[in-house]
Design a protein around this ligand. Structure first.
Ligand SMILES: Cc1ncc(COP(=O)(O)O)c(C=O)c1O
Length: 440
């Protein structure tokens, strides 16, 4: 067992933190970061950690990538903030670049600062454009912390508790989560009976012509890293049917790609795995390697209906964040990080599946690219959050930082940087397996 280094300096800072930092500003680990580089992070004691949390799937090109740092510094010397007084070159360049990498026809960009804000913007956009009031979201989804995003979020009741009444006009349908099928069918051999629940919602609860949008994470994030069902036909899975249904009723399909975007799943955007283009794509996190930036990307003809000044943000599309985003996208392109995410992701999935044969606590391994979830179960097959806590702590003792997700905090998520090396993965896998061996 690796002995934990002294945490004196961490403790000193955490004591001050306890006095002045609001406790709701939670943290996963009791350490205080001082610096970070690539896949590693150092605390104030100088202890090095492998960081596979990446600021909750934000630092897709690794911590403090030199090209991103250079671009941000250059921009700081020129122009930091202008709000909506004038336009600026980084905003225009980034919008053009996003239109280039986004799925076909999504060519017009609105930028603000955080994922939750961008979700609010997308919902306001859909309501404004369709002039319809209602929204359908998925059980298990996480869309952020603003009141509207909280109303859409059902990853855990904990996110909603204490904030009611939440904004209305929101209906929830089950996520197509095969491992824990909402209609108890045989995964991937079914006729997508879960989709009928969505159709029934439109029949019994909310008329289709009053629905402005259906919002979905194409891979469930906080809810447990779930890839949607395909059903037995494979070709006409849940996602394809969702697109058809939205087209039939003139409902806008919004994909929340806050966590899945910018190469995380081995493609620029997760929706490309199904070749499905939403009407609006919500982006944040990986866009600017940690600089606050988020947005909504849609088609020109829809964006044109959202006339000037109907929505806005003082800091949105900040020049420094936009420059950092342009540099981050360039690194992903120049270093072929989409390919690396696929190759390294496949390696991780194979290795976890080997471990699954040895350790019954692993119920399922799933994911796309470098967005991988390992669901832990007890001996009855139920979600095992207790085992997860112990495993994450065992890894932490060995200087590997891992995050959880899932309704019972029972899914370990692996979100290394997209430029992670095989050696770094081996180091982390060895620690992970050592942790598994320690489980009660
Ligand atoms: C899928 C998804 N949407 C929205 C958000 C909210 O983003 P932010 O924390 O930047 O507001 C998150 C954050 O984890 C997320 O994972």
């Amino acid at each position: 067992m690796v002995a934990k280094v002294e945490k004196n300096k961490n403790q000193k800072w955490l004591e001050t933190s306890a006095k002045h930092v609001a406790p709701t500003n939670a943290r996963c680990f009791d350490i205080v970061a001082e610096r970070a580089e690539g896949a590693y992070l150092w605390d104030v004691n100088g202890t090095r950690y492998i960081d596979f949390g990446m600021g909750i799937a934000v630092n897709n090109v690794g911590h403090c990538h030199p090209e991103v740092v250079k671009a941000a510094k250059n921009q700081i010397d020129k122009f930091i903030h202008g709000a909506m007084v004038t336009s600026h070159v980084p905003l225009i360049e980034l919008s053009k670049k996003l239109a280039e990498i986004a799925p076909e026809k999504l060519d017009t960009v609105f930028l603000n600062n955080t994922g939750g804000e961008a979700i609010d913007a997308a919902i306001k956009f859909a309501r404004f454009v369709t002039q319809r009031p209602n929204i359908i979201a998925f059980t298990g989804a996480f869309h952020g912390r603003t009141l509207l995003a909280t109303a859409l979020t059902t990853a855990k009741s904990y996110y909603r508790e204490g904030y009611e009444p939440l904004p209305s006009g929101i209906y929830h349908v089950p996520y197509p989560y095969c491992y824990r099928c909402p209609v108890k069918q045989e995964p991937n051999h079914c006729k997508l009976e879960c989709f009928e629940l969505l159709e029934k919602t439109l029949q019994h609860q909310v008329k289709p012509n009053t629905v402005a949008a259906i919002i979905m994470e194409p891979v469930l994030g906080e809810g447990g890293y779930v890839v949607p069902a395909t059903g037995y036909k494979k070709q006409n899975g849940y996602m394809e049917r969702l697109r058809e249904l939205c087209d039939k009723y003139g409902i806008m399909l919004i994909f929340d790609e806050v966590q899945t975007g910018f190469g995380r799943t081995g493609k620029w955007f997760a929706c490309e795995h199904w070749d499905i283009v939403p009407d609006a794509l919500v982006v944040a996190k990986g866009i600017a390697s940690g600089f606050p930036l988020a947005g909504v990307i849609s088609r020109k003809e829809l964006m044109e209906k959202w006339s000037a000044g109907r929505h806005g943000s003082t800091y949105g599309g900040n020049p420094v964040s936009c420059s950092a985003a342009l540099a981050s996208i360039k690194v992903i392109e120049d270093d072929n990080l989409l390919d690396n995410a696929r190759v390294m992701g496949n390696m991780l999935v194979d290795r976890f599946n080997e471990m699954k044969k040895k350790y019954p606590v692993i119920g399922e391994v799933r994911g796309l690219g470098l967005m991988i979830g390992v669901e832990l179960i007890d001996k009855h097959g139920m979600p095992d959050g207790k085992a997860l806590l112990q495993l994450v702590n065992e890894c932490f003792k060995r200087n590997l930082l891992l995050l959880d997700c899932g309704s019972h905090d029972h899914v370990i998520r692996f979100v290394p940087p997209l430029n992670v090396t095989k050696e770094q993965l081996e180091e982390a896998l060895a620690i992970f397996e050592a942790g598994l061996k320690e489980l009660d």
